[in-house]
Design a protein around this ligand. Structure first.
Ligand code: SAH
Ligand code: F3S
Length: 476
């Protein structure tokens, strides 16, 4: 679930014009972007309209990420830049939301004097009270993690939307405790959202002509609805309730069947939790996109063990084999961490080898960044030098580039189905969209428009983009 920084920048859909304005910026994973839409909905009801202009804002909110040190440093730098704005506008309030808020809590107020408001990922419903506090001149903090908050009852405001694709959260938190990862600490225990509210949110989107949803969670395959409650308490409930529970493959089926004209994606899948039933369900429904984001992190069993990943290299490869058997044209993408404590040259070789076996369509690769409080930070020395981390990262990035190139070349001469999302950045004469496999496709606009499903014949490519010509509407 990786994404670039994005500004929620359209005017609020609210018909009432409020006198105050808020500006929100999101960092990190797609879940943060989805959460910002929930926050926008809550804040709008408090008399704030959204603005894309920082200078107009009475309230600046940064929805932050803690996953790597660099992500945190980016936010700190951004905060520094607000000092001048605050000097010019004495009433301006600055709030920090998301994972950094949760990780640093009250300490944030001491470390960054510019901050007035600190709100963790499960406390957004308390924003009305917290905003009142800061407007009365007091700092406000709420970082309480919840066992059941899923924001299922809040209609997100799709502020940065292209009007075609949207994120829908289905689970919050993560119970996996990968030893390097701060998410279980910042987003709390895993809980699933009521399927009824998921379907209602999707229905609202479909009614507004949205054409694609991405079901979001840190670990979507672990989705489990049995009437509410934590995933870990499932075993304690009655057998009857267990039998009538809804797991991820059932949810996928429900969404795909209820909205047959809607494209359905999901992210992220964890290898140990992804069952055969999910793959089979994907293969049965044409509208579930053939793409799986399947982070592996390392190709070495000893590193996977130290990472507390609950799968081996062999289990991972066998899962990939099953996916390709059942859905031959399924694309697979990865996340990798390089330079985990004690990673040897041999471990690194094993990662490169695994990549050659899978030939991922694309991937997100990172240098290990020690996160305070995690098991890895407590137990292992961050003992791989920056230079080695950098060199190993470069090697896996280069190899991925080669594989991505191989994958995009496979499409040449083929017809793919593209959902048009926006104008191509490079040319105002071209549309940009994605095929089922999540690869970006550009082609001449001709008679088509945003939101159309179009068949495109691919005749050229780069490692990240397919270039082609439209040959007609897709029969959707
Ligand atoms: N399950 C989540 C993972 C979130 S973190 C999801 O929905 O995608 C995204 C990726 O960041 C992870 O897969 C991992 O590759 C990377 N990552 C997490 N912690 C890290 C750390 N401490 N250092 C470097 N990369 C890390
Ligand atoms: Fe993090 Fe592992 Fe969960 S990477 S989000 S603890 S699956």
């Amino acid at each position: 679930m990786n994404a670039e920084i994005q500004i929620l920048n359209k005017e609020s859909t609210s018909t009432v014009t409020n006198s105050k304005k808020f500006y929100i910026e999101s960092y990190g994973c797609q879940m943060n972007f989805a959460d910002s839409e929930v926050v926008a909905s809550i804040v709008s009801k408090e008399g704030y309209d959204s603005t894309k202009n920082l200078n107009d804002a009475d309230l600046i909110l940064l929805n932050t990420c803690s996953i790597r040190d660099k992500a945190e440093q980016t936010v700190r730098k951004r905060l520094e830049g607000f000092n001048k704005l605050k000097r010019n506008n004495k009433n301006l309030k600055v709030g920090v939301l998301g994972c950094m808020a949760e990780r640093l809590k009250n300490k944030f107020l001491e470390e960054e004097k510019i901050v007035d408001l600190v709100v963790g990922p499960d406390a957004y419903k308390d924003l009305p009270n917290l905003i009142k506090e800061v407007n009365e001149g007091r700092n406000a903090v709420n970082v309480i993690l919840s066992k059941d908050e899923t924001y299922g009852d809040i209609s997100p405001i799709r502020l940065s939307s292209n009007g075609v694709t949207a994120f829908v959260s289905i689970t919050r938190g993560c119970d996996n405790m990968c030893s390097f990862c701060v998410v279980p600490f910042t987003r709390g225990r895993e809980r699933s959202r009521d399927p009824k509210s998921i379907l209602e949110e999707i229905k609202t989107l479909v009614d507004k002509n949205y054409k694609e949803v991405t079901l979001l969670g840190q670990n979507v395959d672990s989705y489990l609805w049995y009437g509410g409650g934590l995933k870990k308490d499932f075993k304690k409930i009655s057998e009857l309730r267990q039998k009538t529970s809804i797991n991820f493959s059932k949810l996928l089926k429900l969404v795909a069947e209820t909205f047959p004209l809607l494209r359905v994606r999901f992210s992220t899948s964890n290898p140990q939790d992804m069952g055969l039933n999910v793959i089979v369900t994907m293969s049965k429904y044409k509208n579930i996109c053939n793409h799986i984001h399947l982070p592996v992190q390392s190709g070495s069993n000893s590193v996977l063990k130290a990472m507390n990943r609950q799968h081996t290299r062999e289990e991972y490869l066998s899962l990939v084999k099953k996916i390709k058997q059942i859905i031959p044209d399924c694309s697979i993408s990865q996340d990798m961490i390089t330079g985990f404590p004690n990673e040897t040259d041999k471990d690194h070789e094993l990662t490169l080898e695994l990549m050659c076996k899978v030939k991922y369509d694309f991937g997100y690769m990172f240098k290990y960044s020690e996160r305070p409080g995690t098991f890895a930070a407590k137990k292992y020395d961050d003992n791989i030098s920056e230079l080695i981390k950098k060199n190993r990262l470069q090697e896996i990035v280069d190899l991925q580039q080669k594989h991505s190139n191989h994958r995009t070349n496979e499409y040449i001469g083929k017809i793919v189905e593209v959902l048009i999302e926006k104008e191509s950045k490079k040319s105002s004469n071209q549309w940009s969209g994605r095929n089922q496999q999540n690869t970006v496709v550009v082609f001449n606009k001709e008679i088509y428009k945003i939101g159309d499903f179009v068949k495109v014949l691919i005749n050229n490519c780069t490692s990240a983009t397919l270039i082609g010509e439209a040959v007609g509407y897709s029969n959707k």
